[in-house]
Design a protein around this ligand. Structure first.
Ligand code: HEM
Length: 384
């Protein structure tokens, strides 16, 4: 693979600039998908929570069949249309799966329909992903829900806000990387990235306050199980598919080859829209920000004023990430513990990964933050 520089001397790299523009357009794309109802299922999706509450499995099967039949009759439709159709078909499919019924066994054309749509959207997986349930889920009375629980609305809202915050944070970080640590612009953009990350902390606080472990585990989590598409199981949407993957990668992951990390990133990044995969390719294999700062620190020279500001700004971004990840780990762990107690055996997250990966990224965040604190402390000693 060919990679551009992570921190260039002065000018905005052309490719990075183009990706930044593409990233800015994602919001409008998501909104267009949220607005679309290509299979005319707004009304039946409004019924879905009640049908799930009453376990009216036959009726849900009929709604899935109806949606797939409509999809098969339509011969047109580009990216927006197909993305919205995948989102909606998968709401019915995941509901059936919650009762142990493989959607393809109930509606034989199900697999082919999803495969056809995934070709149009150029997705690596023929099913919905996290962005469909969050940023591409229409707000207001068209919002797609599995349950009648008000907590699911809190869940979607916090995740949707989190997704937007991560995008805003990522944009600033990519922008920061166009400057060297010795330029004030790096610190400015990195501080803006930290500022934008705050919503993720607010989101997890909102979830902790508004959703008990029992409600999440018993009512919401059961709708996030893998289902088969043409003989292969595809895992359900999960938080592991957020653009925090890109943020980690830029800060410490682009030159990290830990056994746990690489497969985790590879499996999840392909479930994000293309622009995130391209941003990942732009950085992967290059020195991460942390490695570059370690190089400066081990060179024995003192940091200049702007470099010190840059380290402080990156430290403050890692502090925000830690302030999200610590309570989030607790929320995820409580969910896993409850499921273990109730079901026994091995418990996986909806992505197919477990709590180990959530703990790993939390540990990495703490270690890198500690490392930056140490660089700043040693520099202060040198200066005195
Ligand atoms: C009831 C609330 C929640 C529970 C039980 C929960 C549980 C989990 C679990 C088990 C994972 C592991 C991956 C997987 O799902 O397979 C995970 C990952 C993740 N979740 Fe959540 N989650 C919750 C809420 C949230 C919220 C509100 C956000 C953000 C606004 C979020 C963001 C993430 C992220 C970013 C990851 C990837 C790990 C990381 O980068 O730290 N989650 N979550």
């Amino acid at each position: 693979m060919v990679y551009v520089k992570t921190v260039s001397d002065t000018v905005m790299d052309g490719r990075a600039l183009q990706l930044l523009n593409n990233l800015r357009q994602e919001q409008a794309i998501n909104q267009a998908i949220a607005d679309a109802d290509p299979l005319d299922v707004d009304a039946s999706l409004r019924l879905l929570p009640l049908l799930n509450e009453r376990k009216e499995i036959a009726a849900i099967g009929e709604l899935l069949e109806e949606a797939v039949t409509r999809a098969q009759k339509q011969h047109e439709g580009g990216f927006i249309h197909s993305s919205a159709a995948i989102r909606d078909i998968c709401m019915f499919a995941a509901s059936l799966m919650c009762y142990g019924i493989e959607p393809n066994e109930r509606v034989p054309e199900f697999s082919q329909t999803l495969l056809d749509y995934s070709i149009i959207t150029q997705s690596h997986i023929p099913r919905d992903s996290f962005i469909d349930y969050t940023s591409r889920n229409p707000a207001g009375n068209r919002e797609r829900h599995f349950t009648t629980r008000s907590e699911e609305g809190v869940f979607i809202d916090s995740l949707r806000r989190g997704m937007a915050a991560l995008d805003a944070s990522l944009q600033e970080l990519v922008h920061a990387c166009q400057y060297s640590f010795a330029q004030q612009d790096f610190a400015d953009h990195c501080s803006a990235a930290a500022h934008n990350f705050q919503i993720m902390i607010d989101a997890i606080v909102q979830v902790k306050r508004g959703i008990t472990t029992e409600v999440f585990t018993h009512y919401i989590r059961p709708f996030f199980e893998p289902f088969m598409v043409e003989g292969r199981a595809y895992s359900a949407p999960s938080g592991a598919e957020m653009s925090i993957l890109n943020i980690d990668l830029i800060i410490w992951g682009s030159d990290c080859y830990d056994d746990l990390y690489t497969p985790y990133v590879q499996a999840n990044i392909i479930r994000l829209p293309t622009v995130y995969q391209e941003i990942c390719r732009l950085f992967v294999g290059k020195k991460s920000l942390i490695t570059m700062l370690q190089d400066i620190a081990t060179s024995g020279r003192q940091l200049c004023k702007d470099e010190r500001n840059s380290v402080r700004a990156l430290h403050s971004l890692l502090t925000k990430m830690y302030s999200f990840r610590m309570p989030h780990y607790k929320v995820a762990e409580d969910n896993v513990k409850l499921r273990l107690k109730e079901t026994g055996g091995e418990v996986k997250g909806s992505s197919g990964f477990g709590i180990d990966e959530v703990k790993y990224v939390l540990d990495q965040t703490m270690k890198k933050r500690q490392l930056l604190a140490q660089i700043l402390a040693e520099d202060a000693i040198q200066a005195s």
